[in-house]
Design a protein around this ligand. Structure first.
Ligand code: THU
Length: 160
């Protein structure tokens, strides 16, 4: 028997203002996207913005449905929009903001498992890491170098 240890490095910033200007702007776009989330059932609002290698910013927010599973998370709304409208253009950075209450929620909210799997597909497809920033509604911001850091033992096309 042998053991494998998997390490993940997450950078933690006390405030949005500590990020580089481009990342700050991207998170501000995610905040704006969150304000337009359609979340009448959970009241948990999420905004996501993506920076593409061509400089475009794509925004998404969660879209809920009376038939609950028919809704979609903000991250997938954003990456699917990027995939649909900018095929072949790599996503370089992603910013996520989420809150169950109001703008005082300061605990970073990471993407759910299904979103991680979906983002992993894009990272594997473009063969380039996506830097991911995530926060609550304000305060502490967490950052990972790539989706792979958030999803150990990733299942991808290499197993098919
Ligand atoms: N949600 C997201 O948009 N992203 C996540 O990564 C986690 C959950 C949404 C789905 C649902 O509309 C609400 O948050 C509560 O789960």
């Amino acid at each position: 028997m042998k053991q494998i240890t998997i390490n993940t490095v997450i950078d933690v910033y006390d405030d949005l203002k500590e990020l580089d200007p481009e990342a700050q702007k991207l998170m501000e776009q995610a905040i704006e996207a969150r304000s337009n989330a359609y979340a009448p059932y959970s009241k948990f609002t999420v905004g996501c913005s993506l920076l593409l290698e061509n400089g475009e910013i794509i925004k998404g927010n969660n879209q809920e449905n009376a038939a609950y599973p028919s809704g979609l998370c903000a991250e997938r709304v954003a990456i699917f929009a990027a995939g649909a409208n900018y095929p072949g253009v790599a996503i370089t950075r992603m910013a996520i903001t989420a809150s169950p209450i109001d703008d005082s929620f300061a605990k970073p909210v990471p993407p759910c498992g299904a979103c991680r799997q979906s983002i992993a597909e894009y990272e594997s497809r473009q063969q380039q890491p996506i830097e991911i920033f995530f926060m609550g509604a304000s305060g502490t911001v967490a950052r990972s170098n790539s989706l792979a850091d958030l999803l150990p033992l990733i299942f991808d096309r290499n197993y098919l």
